[in-house]
Design a binder for this molecule. Sequence first.
Ligand SMILES: [Zn+2]
Length: 240
Amino acid sequence: MKAQLLLLLELQNIDSSVQELRAKINSLPEKLTPAKNDLAKLEAILQEEKDRLAETESWRKELESIIQTEEEAIKKAKAKVQSAKSSKDYSAANRELENKRKSKSEREDDLLKMMEAIEKSRAEMESHDKDIKALREHLTAEEESIRAEIAVLEPKAEKRAAGRDEVLNQIQPGLLKRYNHIMKKRAYALAPVVDGVCRGCHMQVPPQLNNILARLDSIETCPRCYRMLYRQDILEDAGE
Ligand SMILES: [Zn+2]
């Protein structure tokens, strides 16, 4: 039974290291999720800024054309002042001209403010664009290094799994069935008993069971966690 036990332990070793490698391979791409989320957020912000800028630019054009119209009106008002026949007409025309000049100057102030805002948002966009480029570069480099890491791990997992069938074919069908049954529920199917305690569930096994295990005649089951048990000390002694 010792040979069977050793085969089962080998199978367990293979299964657990393949599982570990597979879990690592699967978890590697997930490392990039936070950076990818950050990139998406930054891209959304930049898009909003672009939309807002386009809107401001169209307001600016509108304002410029209004100012143009007002310049025409000022010219007309000036002509009216010059052609005033009476002092009453003259002062009325002059008032009108002053009002138009004031209105135009206010609009010019607005335009100046708008142009400053445009300048500022262009600078912000440039800085966000830079951040996005840097993040993209970082992500590309990370993806490459993850691909390289996976390229090393994949063949490792395959190589480890390759010997599985050979081990499996030497195990008695009944034991294999027990092994597979436990593996459906547990991360590992065999547990050592050390100082009378099952290492799978930390329960003290009955002394009688502990003695049966010492004989290496059969493979017993832990009454609590149902794992297949073996005595680490006996196995080590027998191995020497
Ligand atoms: Zn147990």
